[in-house]
Ligand binder design. Structure first.
Ligand code: HAM
Length: 435
């Protein structure tokens, strides 16, 4: 079969079976996605997080202001469009939307700290490559209303707990503090002064960043720029006492939990809203797009979005596709595609009608039941039962109808048993439980 259409580059279909694209990248099966999502939900429940779902469409201005006008996301990567004088964007991330929702619905009035989690698609018009897509999925958390370092440490602990529950190890957590925006401004000035004499040696991107967003130069992957930066002033020397104490406490709490980290004074992150603690989690199996997750504190974002009171907050988001790449590289096996408890193979019109009714009755009892919808021969139906990996096939034809007993075949051994119609539910429920 064929179609003249293809999915858009940088997006992908999630199918019942895993599949591999032209570049050799594996896309996990829907059952594997469900397994990861269920694991995330379970970890969130254990850590007392509640789910929030916000729209995929948001006002463009929310992202421009929230993420920051000078960031790559806003400058180059937004899927934004106008319709009837309204500017829409397909959300490139979920932190600004969650803060918008928190403020709009006065979630602070629920009392206490709001611990929210989300799972959903995001959109960035990046150059697609392995681990970098135009539609990708994030799961993440936002802890709103908490200024304590314990909130930072708990945020990181939740991320590590998800990885642990999935069986992913070999991770590298990079940690830094950006201090307050005021400290940072002072530092940016010092960094600009330091880099100015090297301007001719910098790449075009870095030269542009020197004007608009000098901190991002610290992120450079270019060896000669890293060399120049070796003697650059470091942010931590500009961070005030309070921020330093906060950072030291976060580190102490992580030590208490046995969470290992490396301090990286060059970790600045690509979004403008961060203050104080920032972190990224990496896995060696990811190659160039090494960040599995990233996050940090963003104490000023609520006010940037119009709040008249500050909302200290911290969170992270992880890329689900990158998580799958890391799990694949680490050879972690995830859930198999679910298989039916029983396949009903019916021969003849009357048996088909009986099979159809019985399938519904068994399903109402909670059993996973498959049957033929193509009117195929018994042989073809048995083949289909095998393809679907059904452990049992219930065969029903004229003789069975007359005897009011189905022939139930155990597919692996080939053993057959006659099971009276009125004992079928009990029989199949028992076999499904022991399977
Ligand atoms: P981010 O670092 O931009 O942070 O994205 C978080 C994660 O999303 C990345 O580490 C990566 O795994 C995944 N990701 C990002 N872009 C792509 C892409 N084009 N294709 C595949 N995966 C991608 C944020 O989005 C912040 N909102 C995180 C946060 C939450 N900070 C505080 N709270």
């Amino acid at each position: 079969m064929s179609t003249s259409f293809q999915n858009i580059k940088g997006t992908f279909d999630i199918l019942p079976d895993p599949h591999t694209d032209d570049g050799g990248t594996r896309t996990a099966a829907s059952a594997e996605w469900r397994h990861v999502e269920a694991t995330v939900r379970d970890v969130m429940r254990r850590h007392n997080f509640e789910e929030i779902r916000t729209p995929v469409l948001e006002p463009t201005e929310l992202v421009a202001r929230g993420v920051g006008a000078s960031t790559d996301i806003v400058q180059k990567e937004m899927f934004a469009f106008e319709r009837s004088d309204t500017q829409y964007v397909l959300r490139p991330e979920i932190t600004a939307p969650v803060v918008r929702s928190f403020l709009q619905h006065h979630l602070d009035q629920r009392g206490g700290v709001q611990k929210l989690f989300y799972i959903g698609p995001c959109f960035r018009a990046e150059q697609p490559q392995k681990g970098r897509y135009r539609q990708f999925h994030q799961f993440g958390i936002e802890v709103l209303g908490a200024d304590q370092p314990r909130a930072d440490a708990e945020t990181i602990a939740v991320l590590m707990a998800v990885c642990d529950a999935l069986g992913l190890s070999d991770l590298r957590l990079r940690l830094n503090t950006l201090g307050t925006p005021e400290c940072r401004e002072e530092y940016v000035g010092a960094l600009q002064d330091f880099l100015e004499p090297y301007a001719d040696e910098l790449s075009e991107t870095s030269r542009r960043r020197l004007e608009r967003n000098p901190l991002r130069i610290l992120d450079t992957k270019k060896a000669h720029e890293q060399e120049i930066l070796r003697d650059a002033p470091t942010l931590i020397d500009f961070v005030n006492e309070k921020s330093r104490t906060h950072y030291d406490t976060v580190k102490g709490l992580l030590d208490d939990l046995g969470v290992e980290y490396v301090e990286d004074p060059h970790l600045v992150r690509g979004l403008d809203y961060y203050t104080e603690t920032t972190f990224e989690l990496e896995h060696p199996g990811l190659g160039a797009q090494s960040a599995l997750a990233g996050g940090g504190r963003y104490d000023r974002l609520a006010e940037v979005l119009g709040s008249d009171a500050p909302v200290p907050a911290v969170g992270f988001a992880a890329g689900m596709e990158r998580l799958f790449l890391a799990l694949d590289a680490a050879d972690v096996e995830l859930a198999d595609t679910p298989t039916p408890d029983v396949f009903i193979a019916a021969l003849g019109e009357e048996a088909e009608r009986w099979g159809f009714r019985t399938a519904q009755a068994l399903r109402a009892e909670g059993l996973h039941v498959a049957h033929d919808l193509m009117g195929r021969s018994l042989k073809a139906q048995m083949k289909e039962a095998n393809r679907q990996n059904a452990p049992y096939t219930m065969i029903i034809g004229g003789n069975e109808l007359e005897a009011e007993a189905a022939t139930v075949k155990e597919m692996e051994s080939g053993a057959q048993e006659e099971v009276p119609f009125d004992g079928l539910i009990e029989y199949l429920t028992r076999t499904a439980e022991t399977a």
